[in-house]
Design a protein around this ligand. Structure first.
Ligand code: NAD
Length: 506
């Protein structure tokens, strides 16, 4: 049973002088417009430039994007001090009021869908329709979090005593965000962090800082100063935050290698850490499915964000009885999708998001060539006209299980497809990885599908679908794909300390 675990109601005025209920009723309409031409840090209720700035490169055109701040350690100290102060007051605002502000903020973010989506395309290259989908996805998550019950339970209520479990805010939290889905991933941290009463500092990737800075800037008109801030910077910014003694929680999304450094840094002051990391999601296809329908669905999920999606399908195991038919359909899709600038209508596969990722995928392609794997389609579309970080989407036909393209998370438009014949064996092959983010089974026979899914070692298991996630339902990795849930009630609890309160009458 949910209980009120908050302090007595405390009325809240927003940064712009509006009350929460005005914000809730007006949505975004009563607020001043945000410009998308300049990009600044958001600290303590204001916008700040830094002495040094930098620019990223649009991965489709190789043209420079606008200047963004390069934060210093002093900026970090200022943001943490503002968050510490703001967090104390924000924690005392009743849940319902915080929820009203988050809802109003979500409406405002939605009203900037075109501007946010376009800048996400320019910073990380995905198709515009997908970037618009990310804004809607993020807004939907924020609203979805608002629908969740406030965590907390009455454990015992008798004449002798009252025992409750409460979930209290940790204080100052940091959200570290990768480049591959900055908007949706930031929204997935903003709503639960702020609903639960924390002050949040967002740290976007140096490769994709623009959309996240704007999300925080939009927040200036909704949240009190210091409640939602964002700092853009270079490689030293993350460690400054993770080692800062004023921060109580780090919510990290990114690669496993970085996560190990983050966890180590956080250990210095025993910060709470949650980690959402990479995946190498298998899809197991049984022989009773329609090869055309399922082949097409699998290929579509595999090519999302040019394969740079943590829960993209990255390994496909097809029953030998329908292997050729499913492979043919996947190759047909992969060979015919439009590869181009994400801003071009109809583009399905954009460039890789940045130069280091492009170089990593090219190095994997060299390994595929050296090891003489069978690359399909044989005569794929030419991408020579494109000058950005483009890679031709390909399928690898039945590579050995120990080849790098099967073992690693390629994070590019490269899909290995393998054969299977024995159910126990394919489950073992699917589980034979350090990753455990997602996995799917495709079968008309739901009893069989469930039997297989039940044995898959992953935080998200799907039957006849893949990559469906929602705010109401836990999203977490198993094994080296991370720990701590990002969504669902567990996701809310991850931003809290649990507290037991025992009350006896005198
Ligand atoms: P990354 O680990 O290189 O960087 C992630 C973030 O960490 C960036 O903001 C980066 O600046 C920051 N960072 C780097 N070094 C740091 C340090 N020492 N201390 C603190 N912060 C530091 O990851 P990436 O290349 O940006 O993103 C791709 C990876 O993210 C892939 O592995 C992908 O699967 C994973 N990912 C996982 C999820 C999920 O929810 N499980 C979602 C999206 C992406």
């Amino acid at each position: 049973m949910a209980v009120n675990v908050e302090h007595p109601p405390h009325s809240l005025n927003l940064q712009n002088g509006h009350s929460v209920s005005e914000a809730f009723n007006a949505g975004s309409s009563g607020f001043s417009p945000v410009s998308f031409t300049t990009y600044q840090n958001v600290i303590d209720g204001g916008l700040y430039d830094t002495e040094k700035t930098r620019r990223t490169i649009d991965p489709a055109t190789l043209e420079e994007n606008p200047e963004v701040p390069v934060s210093t350690r002093h900026d970090v100290d200022r943001a943490v001090a503002a968050a510490q102060k703001a967090g104390i007051a924000w924690a005392q605002v009743p849940w319902a009021e915080r929820e009203a502000v988050v809802r109003a903020y979500a409406d405002a973010v939605e009203s900037y869908i075109n501007e946010i989506a376009e800048i996400q395309v320019r910073e990380m290259g995905c198709p515009l329709a997908m970037a618009e989908g990310d804004v809607q996805w993020g807004v939907g998550w924020m609203r979805g979090f608002c629908e969740l019950p406030q965590p907390g339970d009455i454990i015992e209520s008798s004449e002798e005593r009252h025992v409750v479990e409460r979930y209290t805010p940790i204080g100052v939290a940091v959200g570290i965000i990768p480049w591959n889905g900055p908007v949706v991933l930031a929204c997935g941290k903003i709503a639960p962090a702020l609903l639960t009463g924390n002050a949040l500092i967002l740290k976007p990737s140096p490769f994709a800082p623009y959309s996240v800075l704007k999300l925080a800037e939009i927040g200036l008109q909704f949240f009190p100063p210091g409640v939602l801030q964002a700092l853009s910077g270079e490689d030293d910014l993350g460690p400054w935050l993770t080692t800062h003694p004023g921060i109580g929680k780090v919510s990290f999304t990114g690669s496993g290698n970085t996560a190990k450094r983050v966890v180590e840094a956080c250990s210095s002051s025993l910060k709470r850490v949650s980690t959402e990391l990479g995946g190498n999601d298998p899809a197991i296809v049984c022989e009773d499915v329609d090869p055309v329908v399922v082949g097409r669905k699998i290929a579509t999920v595999a090519m999302l964000r040019s394969g740079q999606f943590c829960i993209a399908i990255k390994r496909v195991y097809v029953h030998e009885a329908i292997y050729d038919a499913v492979l043919a359909e996947i190759v047909k899709y992969v060979g015919s999708v439009k590869v181009d600038n994400g801003l071009d209508e109809g583009t399905i596969v954009g460039p890789l998001a940045n130069r280091p990722q492009y170089e990593r995928v090219k190095e994997l392609l060299s390994n595929i060539e050296e090891t003489k794997l069978d690359v399909l389609p044989k005569n794929g579309q030419s991408i020579e006209r494109l000058k950005g970080f483009f890679i031709r989407p390909i399928v690898i036909n039945n590579p050995p299980d120990d080849s790098r393209v099967v073992v690693e998370e390629p994070f590019g438009p490269i899909l290995p497809v393998m054969k299977w014949s024995d159910e126990a064996d394919v489950i073992q092959r699917a589980n034979n990885t350090d990753y455990g983010l997602g996995a799917s089974v495709w079968s008309r026979d739901l009893v069989r599908g469930t039997r297989i899914a039940d044995k898959l070692q992953a935080g998200n298991v799907w039957i006849n679908t893949h990559a469906e996630i929602q705010a109401s339902t836990a999203f977490a990795g198993h094994k080296q794909s991370g720990y701590g849930s990002e969504l669902g009630v567990d996701g809310l609890k991850g931003w809290c300390n649990v507290q037991a309160m025992y009350t006896r009458p005198l």
